[in-house]
Write a protein that binds this ligand. Structure first.
Ligand code: MN
Length: 272
């Protein structure tokens, strides 16, 4: 440990999936700068929708890059891998001290409902949680707006509380902020993930060599009429905060499955 005067400030690692040059991570750094000592380790190129992917068949490289907020330079590395690679590499190799908190974002576009599973933004935070570090993922619910200032201010407020209280073990926060002016945001709602799915369609096209290719073109369908969901909160103008866990066990199904009679003879696989 160094003896720099900032040692009593929490060390906050920033990551994202839109790439280290994205405006959302710049806004995140600006917003969180007053709360701690920042480091940035993020993919060098966009990695949206890579989920919790890791790189195992190729080398992963990291190079230091210039990154600064209005108060000065921030140590930063661009990583050739995924968001999850970035958090692993940051915590195991690049940083001198383990972060007290990892904040991922601010993502361009919502990460509500089933999209949590596809999200690289959420996965960076999930990886931190797996490593035993408190983590928050933040997304702005709009693909066109580049104005992350309001989302940044809400993130600062949420992160201040997380730093003060600490998260329950194994729990991370998934924050979605509606793309609204500050005075039109209704407040903050603690929510659950809405049940939803993408009804997939593929555009089938033909390339110049006359080979068929496919372009994913799904439609998001919200299957949940609950009032306490992340999608409902966003529709009503609330900042949505959903506690997530990486233990995917379906606990409600355990007892029913144990009663299936797995060891009875008629449940044995055919041996012929
Ligand atoms: Mn993204």
């Amino acid at each position: 440990m160094s003896d720099s005067p900032s040692d009593d400030l929490p060390h906050i690692l920033l990551c994202n999936d839109d790439g280290i040059a994205a405006p959302g991570i710049q806004a995140l750094a600006e917003a969180l700068d007053p709360l701690g000592t920042l480091s940035v380790v993020a993919p060098e190129s966009e990695q949206s929708a890579v989920g919790h992917a890791i790189t195992v068949r190729d080398p992963v490289r990291a190079h230091e890059v210039e990154f600064s907020t209005s108060s000065g330079p921030v140590p930063a590395w661009a990583v050739t891998g995924t968001p999850t690679d970035s958090v692993k590499l940051a915590c195991h190799e690049l940083l001198d001290t383990r972060p007290d908190l990892v904040v991922s974002g601010i993502n361009h576009g919502p990460n509500t409902a089933v999209n949590v599973l596809y999200s690289g933004t959420v996965s960076a935070a999930t990886e931190a949680s797996i490593l035993g570090i408190d983590a928050v993922a933040v997304s702005l619910c709009d693909w066109s707006s580049d104005d992350f200032a309001v989302a940044g201010r809400w993130t600062r407020r949420i992160v201040r509380l997380v730093l003060r209280a600490g998260l329950p073990e194994g729990t991370l926060l998934n924050v979605n902020v509606p793309a609204l002016p500050a005075d039109e945001i209704s407040g903050l709602a603690v929510t659950r993930q809405a049940r939803s799915r993408w009804e997939e369609g593929f555009d089938t096209r033909t390339d110049p060599a006359d080979r068929r290719y496919y372009w994913l073109a799904g439609t998001f369908v919200d299957l949940d009429d609950g009032q306490e969901t992340d999608t409902t909160a966003i529709d009503r103008g609330y900042v949505s905060v959903t506690p997530l866990q990486h233990d995917l066990t379906a606990y409600d199904a355990l007892d029913a499955l144990r009663d299936w009679g797995w060891s009875e003879d008629d449940s044995e696989p055919d041996e012929t």
